[in-house]
Ligand binder design. Structure first.
Ligand code: UDP
Length: 232
């Protein structure tokens, strides 16, 4: 297992393909971590526990990639949305559950995935605006999925998966944030030029200005903290 320490948390530093293989073999909870989550870890010890207990923590965004580079780990980020799509293609004939996003987004996502992956076996799909999580835990566990993708945003999705893990110990579960919004075709992912210039965050912030409040001050604070750790 290849791990890096970043601001007190263990991050798995795999290539994309290695991460896919590791996840398929080991199952459990995969956290795709970003600077906002580091900030939340500082404020919330229970959330820190969840991250520490995750079977895998992968660097989702450019902020965490940069932080790892500052600490001397030359790793590339693994965008959660691409990681999750690859897992779907690897698991397609096996039972898959999708939980999260608005109802119309979820149904468009299911439709699009079914046309992209002909043999896909979606055994459970539930939007992310439910009152009783226990009912969702019960329903999803009855379907015994092997791959569970949860799009509730952070920290909700990590907390949800952490609880579900004790009910479905043999499933692989990934928190995928806004991925269903993109897969549904309703939200556009940043064009490749933004991704290549490490400016995907800027594109998302322009499209959805309320994101700016989340990114700032998280991103600069995160980088400052990493630099402090490096120089201490
Ligand atoms: N969401 C949900 N239930 C909630 C809150 C959010 O299903 O109670 C969904 C929301 O519709 C969106 C996703 O969670 O599809 C969060 O996306 P966002 O882009 O905010 O997540 P990020 O990737 O930034 O963590």
């Amino acid at each position: 297992m290849k791990r890096a320490k970043l601001l007190g948390l263990d991050i798995d530093v795999y290539s994309f393909d290695e991460a896919v293989e590791y996840a398929k073999k080991h199952k459990g909870q995969v956290v795709t971590i970003n600077p906002e989550m580091f900030e939340y870890v500082n404020k919330n010890p229970e959330f820190a526990d969840i991250i520490e207990n995750a079977e895998m923590v992968i660097p989702d965004g450019i902020g965490v990639q940069l932080g790892l580079r500052v600490m001397g780990y030359n790793v590339k980020r693994i965008p959660g949305i691409e990681f999750a799509k690859r897992l779907i293609s690897e698991f397609q004939s096996r039972p898959i559950a999708l939980i999260g996003a608005k109802p119309e987004i979820l149904s468009k996502t299911v439709k699009n995935l079914k046309s992209e992956f002909k043999g896909i076996n979606i055994v459970y799909a539930r939007d992310g605006y439910f009152d009783d999580p226990n009912l969702v835990f019960k329903e999803v566990s009855e379907q015994n999925p092997e791959l569970v993708l949860v799009a509730l945003g952070s920290p909700k999705q990590e907390e949800f998966i952490y609880k579900l893990k004790s009910i479905l110990p043999n499933a692989l579960m990934v928190g995928v944030g806004g991925s269903f919004d993109v897969w549904s075709g309703v939200v556009e992912r940043a064009p490749e030029i933004y991704q290549r210039l490490w400016l995907e965050w800027l594109y998302r912030a322009i499209k959805e200005p309320k994101r700016l409040k989340r990114i700032f001050p998280s991103l600069p604070l995160f980088i400052i903290q990493v630099l402090k750790e490096k120089w201490s």
